[in-house]
Design a protein around this ligand. Structure first.
Ligand code: ATP
Ligand code: MG
Length: 288
């Protein structure tokens, strides 16, 4: 069923992308409403970053449409991008600048008045515990600190639509907790948020709806309860999001591999008896 588009802040219609005639995102439909946090999950190479780059207007789709806050990405790219915040999978920062200088520059790009720019910068830097180092050059930051700058830059203009590609990568548990709170707060004030992640605990606790992308197809979408109901009987068993994800997204061969590894763990004695290659007591004595 196609999503309804009325009132949705972020919409993708029949989004399709191919590289060298090889499809990597196929006929994707999404509609994310104000107040909603949507989690895009999928195995490596399933098309999450490609989808996200098309949603942000960085990558031209082979076919299909994107609209942000009611503005078509092809026809009104500047208006569409003005209400958008984006955290890429790899932070793109001017590393010779300090975090303060970089964020000031980003604020200027979004035409934020100097006073509100300062207030917004101080706010996010304090929340993400970067205040003390904000005057140092970004090139001297750790991986997680750079990620925090990228997140601060995306949040600076208080976007109505926020798109984040694996934003949690590299963040410490305190920063993850703070970020989850910040995103929920933004959603409560009416923003639409889409994030991709491999951290299923984050998806489960943070997201109102989850979509699972496999080989470019959105094979399942819904709340946790809806996904649980859709998950087929699977060899891995269980009801966590990880069980559901593996059940829906893994191929039969990988389900078998997982099942046999987990069976081995449960029955070590039996396995040792059947397949143990260590010499028996008698063999050990040979030649001694
Ligand atoms: N510029 C490109 N040229 C050719 N193929 C590409 C290009 N970019 C991505 N692909 C292919 O598109 C597919 C989807 O890649 P994508 O980066 O969207 O996956 P992903 O779901 O974000 O994976 P990951 O979880 O590893 O980040 C992969 O098969 C990848 O090799
Ligand atoms: Mg990716």
């Amino acid at each position: 069923m196609l999503p309804t588009h009325a009132e949705s802040l972020l919409v993708a219609q029949s989004l399709y992308k191919e590289y060298d005639r090889h499809p990597v995102v196929r006929d994707l439909n999404l509609a994310i409403r104000p107040g909603e946090v949507y989690g895009l999950l999928g195995p490596n190479g399933s098309g999450k970053s490609t989808t996200i780059r098309m949603l942000t207007g960085i990558l031209e789709p082979t076919s299909g449409n994107v609209s942000v806050s009611g503005h078509d990405m092809r026809r009104e790219p500047e208006k569409a991008k003005a209400s958008l915040g984006y955290v890429p999978d790899e932070p793109v920062l001017y590393e010779k600048l300090t975090a303060l200088e970089f964020l000031d520059f980003v604020g200027e790009l979004y035409s934020l008045p100097k006073s509100s720019r300062r207030a917004a910068m101080n706010d996010t830097l304090r929340m993400l515990d970067l205040e003390n180092r904000a005057g140092d050059r970004i090139e001297s930051y750790s991986r997680g600190m750079k990620q925090k700058v990228a997140i601060s830059a995306a949040l600076l203009h208080n976007p109505r639509v926020l798109i984040m590609d694996e934003p949690i990568t590299g963040l410490d548990p305190i920063a993850v907790r703070v970020l989850k709170g910040m995103l929920r707060k933004m959603a409560r004030s009416g923003a639409a948020i889409l994030l991709s992640t491999h951290i299923l605990e984050v998806a489960e606790r943070l997201c109102d709806r989850i979509g699972i992308l496999v080989d470019g197809f959105l094979i399942a979408e819904g709340t946790m309860a809806e996904l649980s109901a859709k998950a087929p009987e699977m060899s891995v068993g269980g009801t966590t999001l990880e069980d559901i994800f593996v059940g829906l997204a893994a191929g039969e061969e990988h389900k078998d591999i997982i099942a046999s590894l987990e069976a081995e763990e449960k029955e070590p004695a039996k396995q040792a008896g059947n397949g143990d290659l260590r010499p028996t007591g008698q063999e050990r004595n040979v030649g001694t």
